[in-house]
Design a protein around this ligand. Structure first.
Ligand SMILES: *Cc1c(COP(=O)(O)O)cnc(C)c1O
Length: 393
């Protein structure tokens, strides 16, 4: 064994940004799959999980569960007929998975800046981009809009523009299951919508995603493509390129158990947001990303802190390192896609809002499983940092 000096700090349990939180019944559904030897893809948990999600989302949604949110995004692009050479408008401030499937199809992402309020896709720059692309002779084939960190984008404005120019919307709701806009569930606004059940999302299947469609026919097409596109023939015949994207019956069993605690997880994430609001209310130079009006209801998957970086030593990276020393994980904002080396040649429309947010914001531990002890450690650590820069108002 290595020689380790066992200081008190080293025995501290790590506080994660967002970790899996099981409800208890997941094992029941998984055990059932084992008992029935229903281990292979498809089966009662898959259809059960799909109908749970369809009921939760409402609005006659049709859901196909797949291996990841990224796979769901890819299927949405394929079903919209997006091909090599096409252009797809995409929110720049997001996780790379929102944009990567555009490249899988050989299409070009056109990145759009954020609006200051929600940090999501800016209606203003979206329309500027559409007009400019049209003037250049190419009509964009789709809009990828993201409810970042659970905060709904400006649904009304974005979908009005989409309607005006007749461009379909792929709603990336990977971080926003449980969020609503004007009382309607996120995941029901797009022509296609995407959910993710990756390990750190609000509910998890240990890895998985879903494509939400508005018609049974689109769901059928998605399932067909996700299961290798087999024509109806006893021999293996294929007329289109297929994918191996379907969710397994085991993963779906975890998902069914997680659906039982989804609302509880949303309530707990929102409680974490209130916890931070209380900490920061007496300090200058700090602001939590908040719902702009009562029409927005965020699941607050992650609570996002904005720091006034004009003050010396008062920047997100210094705070991140400070928290890390206390074994508390935090994370910078997603680095905007138009600043990523891999997308350096992609066009961008904006005024620097997402870049500014990237340099000023930090995502704080937001898990639904953080107890009083963890919260006390977080509060102490944050207050120490704030006191150090001596900002008490
Ligand atoms: C997690 C995530 C995805 C991708 O989901 P996976 O299930 O990890 O493939 C897509 N978009 C956003 C915004 C995400 O946060």
């Amino acid at each position: 064994m290595n020689q380790v000096v066992n200081t008190k700090e080293e025995t501290l349990q790590k506080i994660w940004l967002s970790s899996p939180h099981m409800g208890g019944n997941e094992q029941h559904y998984v055990a059932q799959a084992f008992e029935q030897n229903w281990i292979a893809p498809l089966g009662p948990n898959v259809t059960g999980f799909e109908s749970d999600l369809e009921q939760y989302l409402g609005r006659d949604s049709k859901v196909a569960v797949v291996s990841s949110g990224t796979a769901a995004l890819h299927l949405a692009l394929i079903l919209l007929g997006i091909k090599a050479g096409d252009e797809v408008l995409c929110q720049s401030l997001t996780f790379a998975a929102s944009a990567n499937p555009i490249a899988y199809q050989g299409a070009t992402p056109i990145f759009i800046d954020s609006e200051p309020g929600t940090l999501n896709i800016s209606p203003e720059f979206l329309e500027i981009a559409i007009k400019d692309r049209l003037a250049r002779g190419k009509k964009p084939k789709a809009i990828v809009a993201v409810h970042l960190y659970g905060m709904p984008y400006d649904v009304e404005a974005i979908h009005q523009i989409a309607l005006k120019y007749d461009i379909p919307v792929i709603e990336d709701s990977a971080e926003a299951l449980g969020s609503t806009y004007k009382g309607q569930a996120c995941g029901t606004f797009g022509d296609f919508s995407v959910l993710s059940f990756n390990g750190n999302k609000i509910i998890t299947t240990s890895g998985g995603g879903a494509l939400v469609t508005r018609s049974l026919e689109h769901k059928r097409q998605a399932v067909f493509l996700a299961t290798q596109a087999r024509d109806p023939a006893p021999h293996y015949q294929h007329s289109t390129i297929g994918y191996n994207y379907r969710m397994s019956n085991i993963s779906a069993g975890i998902g069914r158990g997680q659906m039982e605690v989804l609302d509880d997880h949303v309530a707990k994430r929102r409680a974490m947001h209130c916890f931070y609001k209380n900490i920061f209310k007496d300090w200058m130079g700090v602001r939590l990303l908040q719902e702009p009006t009562q029409e927005y209801f965020s699941n607050h998957w992650l609570s996002v802190l904005e720091l006034d970086t004009d003050l010396p030593g008062f920047d997100p990276e210094s705070l991140r390192i400070h928290l890390e020393k206390q074994h508390i994980e935090s994370r910078p904002l997603w680095k905007p896609m138009h600043l990523q080396p891999v997308f350096k040649d992609a066009p961008f429309y904006g005024d620097g809002t997402s870049e500014k947010a990237f340099s000023r914001c930090l995502c704080l531990p937001s898990g639904s499983n953080l107890g009083t002890q963890e919260r006390n450690r977080i509060a102490t650590s944050l207050e120490f940092f704030l006191e150090e820069v001596n900002l008490k108002s």
